[in-house]
Design a protein around this ligand. Structure first.
Ligand code: BES
Ligand code: ZN
Ligand code: ZN
Length: 496
């Protein structure tokens, strides 16, 4: 899909559709909407009067062969209240427009930004909206709908003086949107097509193409390094584990800048192990590697955006299977850090592999850590599929991430990390145990477990179990993997 700026006037635009967005303000067409209204002989005012056009959030109104325009269709997307409008709304509006038109076999369209809206951030958000909306999960369907595609989208409303901002925004939006889709594509792969070894190969190929340093540790090297927690999860599977390390080193590092460690859980399939999960819905556990995919995708974007800080991405990849050699409840394992862990539930495996990955990221030089993981079902209870759960050991570092989340339209909510919860994972027979002994607070005890391995290094944990997968399609996004977290992390690193 081509995305470019449109220089033609509205009446001259010949696309299959002209798109803009309408506010829910009950004060008739304003600004560019008033301009469009005039060009079309009062069409918008008439639609508004008849109740077909209200501007309510994500409402769609289509008019065919609109008088006064060369475009074959006019699509108006509701943008909600004007005073609540931001780039996050714009990203969704752009996505809704694309999916609406694509579903109707439209191949080209022009998206008009509203008055005062021709900024770099707007062009970026629109581009991200287009690209992520264009992503489909039909890779393994043999009867793909061949006529449903968008060839070219243009963005109109940028003056000559605003042109360079618009182009910059499009370029940035493309890098981030493509990276997000890259991550979603990995998450979409079923576990028979994406084993730890295949994930490592794909990460390696991406890194080489993007000009990033990459190293993959095999099971032998993992054993040599005494990554006992990762190995304990992997031992139940015939598929060997991998530890994937991707490093971005800036050409002109900022003096005194942090070294960011991005750690992502990549359990390519989580059966639960001997503490096996119920069959119902287990197929979804192919997305238990979404944290790893997010981090690998973020590295792809960072390679192109070239921030001034060093980033080390560490992704432990394994299956969690109940094979004959699988670890059993009560087993005691020694993590790479030397801490001993009593494995009371083999289904709490994400924290085990992250324990070694976080320790290793620190050993490689990370001064600030963020991990992302589909860690707990409890976070789905707490925050549903709306907010990412955020846990942090250092409020200044956590605040930076929360600001980036806000900026990039990813909903995140911080949960408490009181010392009381730490007590829940004190071990009876080893240093710590991998599930809480208290009642409730399952996401927090999971976070505390990982924190034990981050130590004094500022650390943030993102629990994306509820948000990494859309059970239903949204008007702006296909059903399935969301790529959540990537935009926030890329913004965080580039803003340091
Ligand atoms: N991968 C799961 C968490 C999960 C649940 C992800 C639902 C996506 C949707 C994780 O490994 C797990 O099984 N966690 C257990 C922890 C428990 C045993 C303490 C859980 O949440 O039930
Ligand atoms: Zn599990
Ligand atoms: Zn898991």
């Amino acid at each position: 899909m081509q995305i470019t700026l449109e220089h033609k006037t509205l009446t001259a635009v010949e696309a299959d559709a002209l798109v803009t967005y309408i506010f829910d303000d009950n004060d008739g067409p304003q600004g560019r909407a008033a301009e469009l209204d005039q060009l079309t002989g009062g069409l918008l005012a008439r639609l508004n009067k008849s109740g077909e056009l209200t501007g309510k959030s994500l409402e769609t109104t289509i008019v065919h062969v609109p008088a006064g325009l060369k475009a074959a269709r006019l699509l108006l997307v509701g943008a909600g209240k004007r005073d609540q409008f931001n780039t996050s709304t714009l990203r969704k509006v752009a996505g809704v427009a694309l999916r609406y038109l694509k579903g109707r076999s439209v191949h080209t369209f022009t998206f008009l930004v509203r008055e005062d809206g021709a900024t770099e951030d707007a062009a970026q958000a629109i581009t991200e909206g287009f690209i992520t909306a264009d992503f489909e999960t039909d890779k393994y369907k043999t009867d793909k709908k061949k006529d449903k595609f968008i060839d070219a989208a243009t963005i109109a409303g940028y003056s000559d003086a605003e042109k360079s901002a618009g182009e910059k925004g499009i370029a940035r939006g493309r890098i981030i949107g493509d990276a997000q889709n890259f991550a979603r594509d990995l998450v979409n792969e079923p576990s028979n097509k994406l084993t730890p070894r295949i994930l490592a190969e794909k990460a390696e190929a991406m890194a080489k193409e993007a000009g990033l340093a990459v190293e993959v540790l095999d099971e032998k090297k993992i054993a040599e390094l005494k990554m006992g927690a990762l190995l304990s999860v992997a031992q139940g599977s015939i598929e060997p584990p991998r530890m994937i390390i991707i490093t971005y080193t800036p050409a002109n590092p900022k003096p005194g800048a942090p070294v960011v460690g991005l750690v992502g859980k990549a359990v390519t399939f989580d059966t639960g192990g001997i503490s096996i999960k119920p069959a119902d819905g287990m197929e979804k556990m192919k997305y238990d590697m979404a944290g790893g995919a997010t981090m690998i995708g973020a590295m792809r974007a960072l390679a192109a955006l070239k921030p001034q800080v060093k980033v080390i991405c560490v992704v432990p990849a394994t299956e969690n299977m109940p094979g004959g050699r699988a670890q059993k409840p009560g087993d005691i394992q020694t993590a790479m850090s030397g801490k001993t862990i009593e494995v009371l539930n083999t289904d709490a495996e994400g924290r085990l592999i992250l324990a070694d990955a976080v320790h290793y990221a620190k050993q490689l030089g990370a001064t600030h850590l963020v991990d992302a993981a589909t860690l707990t079902g409890a976070i789905v209870v707490a925050l549903a599929n709306v907010n990412v759960g955020v846990f942090g050991s250092d409020q200044a570092w956590t605040d930076k991430l929360l600001a980036s989340a806000k900026e990039t339209g990813e909903k995140m909510w911080q949960l408490p990390m009181d010392e009381e919860y730490r007590e829940f994972i004190k071990g009876s027979f080893a240093d710590i145990q991998n599930i809480g002994s208290g009642k409730g607070g399952g996401s927090i005890t999971g976070a505390w477990f990982i924190r034990e391995f981050a130590g004094d290094t500022p650390w943030i944990h993102l629990d994306i179990a509820g948000t990494a997968w859309n059970d239903d399609a949204k008007p702006w996004l296909a059903k399935g993997p969301t790529g959540v977290g990537l935009r926030t992390l890329v913004h965080l690193v580039t803003s340091l």
